[in-house]
Design a protein around this ligand. Structure first.
Ligand SMILES: [Zn+2]
Ligand SMILES: [Zn+2]
Length: 265
C-alpha cells in the first residue's frame, strides 16, 4: 500500500503503489504502462486525476517533442507522460503540507518555479531560470516533468486552485486555459470594466478570452476569426443572447472572416 515516509494519506482515499500512465515512445506513439505512483515532496501534493483535456500543444509534443524537453533533450522514449490541462482530487500530502486537505477538488496549472531564482522572486516563475531542472524544484508538468495523462501526478501547492462543486470536472480542466486569457486581459492588458475588447482568433484561448472579458464587464466584446460554427455557438449560448449581433468584417488573411459583437455584459 502507498505509504511513503513523511507523506500523509487517508484510508478514505486509498492510493495504489503502481498507477496506469500513458507514456511517450517514438513520435506519435503513446503506450499505456504501469509506473510507480509518484511521491510528493515538501510543499507538494499527490493529485488523483479525475479529468484531463487534450491541448493542441499535447498533440505537438506527441508528434514533434518540442516544446517538451526531458533531461535537456527530446521527450521520446524517456518514460515521459504528457498532459498539462487536468484536474482532480488531492490524494496525499507531502511532508508538513497543511494548505490543502485530502479529498479537496482542485484544478492545476503546469508551472511551478524553483522559487529561488531572480525571475521566480519577481513572480515570473513561468520563465524560471532553473526551467527543466526538477532537482532545483522546478516543474512543468507535461513539459519537463510527468503530466496528466495518468492516474496520479505530483503538483506544487502553488499550482493548485480549489474547484467549486458547481463546476464540472470537464470544465475545471480548462481553468489554466481561462487563466491564460485572464492574464492577458487583466495583468498585461489592464482591462477596466466597461472598456471594449477585441479578441483576434477563435481558438480555445480566444473563446475563453471572450467569456472572461464578458465576466469582467468588458463591453462590447468583439471576436474576429474564421472558426464560424463553434464560435457562433459558444458566443450565443449564454443567457441574454438577444442582443448579440453579427458583423461582417474584412480580413487580410481571409475573405470570409467574420466578427461577432455583443453589447451584453
Ligand atoms: Zn495547453
Ligand atoms: Zn526559478
Amino acid at each position: 500500500m502507498y505509504q511513503p515516509p513523511g507523506v500523509e494519506t487517508s484510508p478514505d482515499l486509498a492510493v495504489p503503489d503502481l498507477m496506469k500512465a500513458w507514456v511517450l515512445g517514438d513520435p506519435d506513439q503513446l503506450f499505456l504502462r504501469e509506473k510507480p505512483t509518484p511521491i510528493p515532496s515538501r510543499a507538494e501534493v499527490l493529485v488523483r486525476i479525475d479529468a484531463v483535456a487534450i491541448c493542441a500543444t499535447d498533440l505537438e509534443i506527441i508528434h514533434a517533442g518540442s516544446p517538451a524537453s526531458i533531461q535537456g533533450g527530446p521527450p521520446f522514449n524517456k518514460n515521459f507522460t504528457p498532459g498539462h490541462e487536468y484536474m482532480g482530487t488531492v490524494a496525499a500530502l507531502g511532508p508538513d503540507v497543511d494548505e490543502f486537505k485530502i479529498g479537496e477538488r482542485i484544478s492545476v496549472e503546469m508551472h511551478a518555479g524553483c522559487g529561488q531564482c531572480k525571475r521566480c522572486r519577481q513572480g515570473m516563475y513561468t520563465s524560471c531560470l532553473n526551467y527543466g531542472k526538477p532537482e532545483k524544484g522546478h516543474r512543468a508538468n507535461g513539459f519537463t516533468t510527468d503530466g496528466g495523462f495518468a492516474e496520479y501526478a505530483v503538483n506544487h501547492i502553488n499550482t493548485l486552485a480549489r474547484v467549486p462543486d458547481s463546476m464540472s470536472d470537464a470544465e475545471a480542466t480548462l481553468v489554466v486555459t481561462a487563466g491564460t486569457s485572464m492574464y492577458g486581459l487583466t495583468e498585461l492588458g489592464g482591462l477596466v470594466a466597461g472598456e471594449s475588447v477585441v479578441v483576434i482568433g477563435p481558438g480555445p484561448i480566444g473563446l475563453l478570452a471572450v467569456a472572461v472579458a464578458k465576466a469582467l464587464g468588458a463591453s462590447p466584446v468583439i471576436l474576429t476569426g474564421t472558426r464560424n460554427t463553434m464560435a457562433r455557438r459558444l458566443i450565443r449560448e449564454p443567457a441574454h443572447t438577444e442582443q448579440y449581433r453579427s458583423l461582417i468584417s474584412s480580413s487580410a488573411s481571409s475573405a470570409c472572416a467574420e466578427a461577432w459583437c455583443t453589447t451584453d455584459p
